[in-house]
Design a protein around this ligand. Sequence first.
Ligand code: DIG
Ligand code: MN
Ligand code: MN
Length: 389
Amino acid sequence: MTDRYQPKPEHKFTFGLWTVGSVGRDPFGEPVRSRLSPVELVYLLAEVGAYGVNFHDNDLVPIDATPAERDRIVAEFKKALRDTGLVVPMATTNLFSDPIFKDGAFTSNDPRVRAYALQKTMRAIDLGVELGAKVYVFWGGREGVETDAVRNPVDALKRMREALNFLCEYVIDQGYDLKFALEAKPNEPRGDIYLATTGHMLAFIETLDHPEMVGVNPEVAHEHMAGLNFLHAVAQAWEAGKLFHIDLNDQAFCRYDQDLRFGSHNIKAAFFLVKFLEDVGYQGSRHFDAHAYRTEDYEGVKEFARGCMRTYLILKEKGERWNADPEIQALLAEINADDGSTDPFKGRYTPEKAAALKMATFDRVALGQRGLAYERLDQLTIEILLGVR
Ligand code: DIG
Ligand code: MN
Ligand code: MN
């Protein structure tokens, strides 16, 4: 399939080892695909045209690997990266699979678990940096509760803050060129997960000792699980200078984490997201944290990966058409017209502005009756998405 929607390195499309490497296990079913090695997954990603590959520590090095096994695995992985040209923009720690983390990692009630989580994360950071990662994601999949009887949520926040402050100091002490990206999710696998949305994370970052080192990694599915507008979360993160990474996929609202192929469920939301990322010049990875349907074999997994990237590129082109559409741009100009009558009141407060504004007159009824042509604007958007404009 050769057309203008072929992925290129400059698109910065990345996948985690765990995405195309998903063997299709789910809470109600055993694996449906054989497990591929990290090296095989690198070649699969190279075949479909990805730019980079991300990993949790244990996606690459099993938790019980000996130092010699670790070194062999890392050497083989590095060779595959050299052979294919793929890079590793992001790494992260698996602080959710092993039973030790059954009641959380950094927020666990057991100080030995909290200490082990720090040790594991420092070693995983070393591994990620060794392979070239510049962004380190923290997804606290087990940092939560089924019952709030077990701990005061304030204690959980304090433990999370202490852990991240410690790890920021570790990165500084090691001289690593690494930024942290916090990924929110409202629930699953825990009944309720702390710091449930990107908004919670943005507020929490400001309470850290090194907030400048820490941003967010919003995921489409996770904000949708909470019934939220993902673009608004991304825009607020961007405006705050905190959009350090992004997890792209798709998801029905208020449902379990489906991690669907990008753009496969809510095409309009995906369109406005891609248009935003391209309009503002987002320079980070376009990371697809998603997996193929359980029905698929590895040819289907490749189609899943190609589909994520193709849909992104098609929507990127649709965004360019939207920006260039004369009728849309005329409507936007009309909608956002400013007759200059409020200029005296704009900008920072002054007593003079307040006094003048309090004396100003407004035709409230006429302003309330003004038609805004949003139906036409949205219909034109839909027609671009449907391919008739
Ligand atoms: C799940 O959405 C999480 C984990 O897969 C990983 O820690 C993170 C990185 O994208 N996303
Ligand atoms: Mn997810
Ligand atoms: Mn994710």
